[in-house]
Design a protein around this ligand. Structure first.
Ligand code: FMN
Length: 399
């Protein structure tokens, strides 16, 4: 069955590593990516997930009407997760990112969610607090951002408000007092409640990519001496308290979590990711979460692909340990996505960049049609059309 070759993968060329830890089984004639899946109470039409993708099109934290068209274009009956959305004012660290903590934000999300629902597609909101990946520019009264630690991000790549995506030296964060943690947990709970009020079907807790939850999980960042630092149990406590609060608020059948055990984005290094996540996954099972969404080890940053030995470093153990639906993300194309389902590497495959540039991605995969390459230059611009809603649908008459 023909599929995309690594060299044809838009903008990544030959860097695309082998995907699954299992390898060369023949693909069946039926495209496994297009088989339905029961995600708890949600009947998914296929196995493709629209991955959470920050697009920086919000104005003053309010998502704009163009987002309704953008998400609706990409809605086709599979699970969709919206762009990471901040749970509090202090949670922000990037310009033009939306929130879910004011009435105005909730109201603005409503028509966007309805547009997706018109296509019979479940839509989850990704709950986000960036922690130390912020700058005093984003903080009330210009205070330092908060984290589990006072350590700066090693590479110093946070944004300021002085022009989008001008990187500045990262600000030294303030390590939160133990007594402040319940308030942080509460912000995720309220974010989850507000998401359902806005019409979302559920929430994905953003526990990946070096943001606040990851800043507690990983020992390369967390240097606390209270009960939220030190042992693996202690480092997982904040994450599990957030999960508990969110599950209590909206029900486990509406909660997923995103984790990136091996991704060292924003300094998120752990000395023993296997040990850490071998503890965390069974703890998550106790909450009967709907899904866990894991980023493949080949993603060294949130969007860069590195070569890894997939026999040695892979998600297989975590996938086996987790009791709900498993979603894998990062560097997937048609061919390796089919293989990942076929070999039971995962239940669902999340696509990020290919979905930005191909609103009709499942249909293109069905027809094995060519993909439109994505344009990195417009990932984070504020234009409400260019690089956002103007990627073409396939003209099937020209096939
Ligand atoms: C433009 C862009 C924005 C992203 N925003 C988010 C985000 O808001 N939340 C998140 O968890 N990951 C985010 N990611 C990571 C993607 O969800 C995904 O894991 C990554 O792009 C790798 O998948 P891909 O190879 O299919 O693109 C982003 C990636 C890109 C390229």
């Amino acid at each position: 069955m023909p599929g995309l070759k690594a060299a044809e993968y838009p903008n990544e060329g030959s860097k695309l590593a082998d995907v699954t830890s299992q390898s060369t089984k023949e693909l069946s004639e039926v495209n496994p990516l297009l088989q339905p899946w029961k995600l708890g109470g949600f009947d998914l039409a296929h196995r493709l997930v629209y991955a959470p993708l920050t697009r920086c099109r919000a104005i003053d934290t309010i998502p704009q009407p163009a987002a309704a068209e953008y998400y609706s274009q990409r809605a086709s009956g599979g699970l969709m997760i919206n762009e990471a959305t901040c749970v509090a004012v202090e949670a922000h660290g990037y310009p033009h990112v939306p929130g879910i903590y004011t009435e105005e934000q909730i109201e603005a999300w409503r028509p966007i969610v309805s547009a997706v629902h018109k296509k019979n597609t479940p839509f989850f909101l990704q709950l986000w607090h960036v922690g130390r990946v912020s700058h005093p520019d984003f903080q009330p009264d210009g205070k330092p951002p908060i984290s589990s630690t006072t350590k700066r991000i090693p590479e110093g790549t946070v944004n300021t408000l002085k022009g989008a995506y001008k990187f500045a030296d990262s600000a030294a964060p303030r390590a939160v007092d133990t007594a402040e943690i319940p308030g942080l947990v509460e912000s995720y709970r309220i974010g989850a409640r507000n998401s359902l009020t806005a019409g979302f079907d559920g929430v994905e807790i953003h526990g990946a990519h070096g943001y606040l939850i990851d800043q507690f999980l990983k020992d390369g960042i967390n240097d606390r001496t209270d009960e939220y630092g030190g042992s693996i149990e202690n480092r997982c406590k904040f994450c599990l308290e957030v999960v508990k609060a969110v599950v209590e608020e909206v029900g486990s059948e509406r909660v997923g979590i995103r984790l990136s055990p091996f991704t060292e984005f924003m300094g998120a290094h752990d000395s023993d990711p296997y040990k850490l996540f071998d503890y965390l996954i069974p703890e998550l099972n106790k909450f009967k979460l709907l899904y866990v969404h894991m980023v493949e080890p080949r993603m060294d940053k949130n969007m860069n692909i590195q070569e890894v030995d997939s026999q040695k470093v892979n998600l297989t153990g975590f996938r086996k340990a987790f009791k709900g639906t498993f979603i894998a993300a990062g560097g997937y194309d048609r061919e390796n996505g089919m293989l990942a389902i076929e070999t039971d590497h995962t239940d669902l495959v999340a696509y990020g960049r290919p979905y930005i540039a191909n609103p009709d991605l499942p249909r293109r995969f069905e027809l094995d049609a060519p993909l439109t390459p994505y344009d990195r230059n417009t990932f984070y611009t504020q234009d409400q059309v260019k690089g956002y809603t103007d990627y073409p649908f396939l003209d099937e008459t020209k096939l």
